[in-house]
Design a binder for this molecule. Structure first.
Ligand SMILES: CC(C)(COP(=O)(O)OP(=O)(O)OC[C@H]1O[C@@H](n2cnc3c(N)ncnc32)[C@H](O)[C@@H]1OP(=O)(O)O)[C@@H](O)C(=O)NCCC(=O)NCCS
Length: 196
């Protein structure tokens, strides 16, 4: 990518929750990211890969942001944070961004354990779909949920992802290779790119 987009979306408070704003993370967000992962450790452990102990700290999140910086710079990764009235309440990341005939990316997300079932994930996924298709020129997003993760499956259904099927032993989550339901949403109006 020759230009680095910095897309953002905002939605007004709706009675259940405050103003939500989504934007890409920066080095300045490391302290808040560390606090988010530290306070959500118990909530998020069951849906995470095995993490080094440092992952749940400011130090580990600083290393994570630093490690990701190359992928972010070349447009292979778009890591977003969602703030509610300025406070970090969710993370949502597009990774493994592929161009050419694929124009596809992988989607992963989590919401603060104290702010669940307020529509935050549904809003964030819809916002990232809009950003991916309107601003980033992508044609397809893929997400994978463990077979048991009904909450995440509901979010994807709400956001018009289609269920592809179950991939056996797709990803190592919480210490074992877990079967996943794979989902995709496509940008149906997008003309195919010319590929060199
Ligand atoms: C999955 C997750 C992101 C959902 O976040 P959320 O902000 O609570 O989701 P939403 O409020 O947008 O929920 C949308 C719908 O999902 C369903 N849902 C959400 N949580 C649910 C639960 N625990 N059980 C059953 N259904 C649930 C509901 O139908 C909900 O709508 P409603 O409650 O308004 O009727 C959150 O539970 C989470 O962070 N889980 C751990 C991390 C994770 O699983 N990430 C995804 C990995 S694939």
């Amino acid at each position: 990518l020759t230009h680095k987009p910095e897309p953002t979306r905002v939605v007004a408070p709706d009675g259940r929750r405050g103003e939500l704003k989504i934007s890409m993370w920066s080095d300045d967000d490391v302290d808040e990211l560390g606090a988010y992962w530290a306070r959500n450790r118990e909530h998020l452990l069951p849906t995470q890969p095995n993490r080094e102990p440092d992952f749940w700290t400011v130090t580990g999140q600083g290393q994570r942001v630093e490690r990701a910086s190359h992928d972010v710079a070349i447009g292979r990764m778009f890591p977003f944070l969602v703030r509610e009235n300025g406070r970090l309440v969710a993370e949502i990341v597009l990774s493994d961004v592929a161009r050419g005939a694929f124009c596809s990316a992988n989607l992963g997300y989590s919401v603060d354990g104290k702010r669940l079932r307020l529509g935050i994930a549904s809003w964030a996924v819809a916002a990232v779909v809009d950003i991916a298709f309107s601003d980033l020129g992508l044609h397809r997003l893929q997400a994978g949920t463990t077979v048991e993760n009904v909450a995440s499956q509901k979010v994807l259904e709400r956001c018009e992802f289609a269920r592809i099927g179950v991939a056996a032993q797709y990803l190592a989550i919480a210490g074992s290779w877990r079967d996943h339901v794979l989902w995709q949403r496509t940008n149906d109006g997008m003309p195919p790119p010319a590929v060199g």
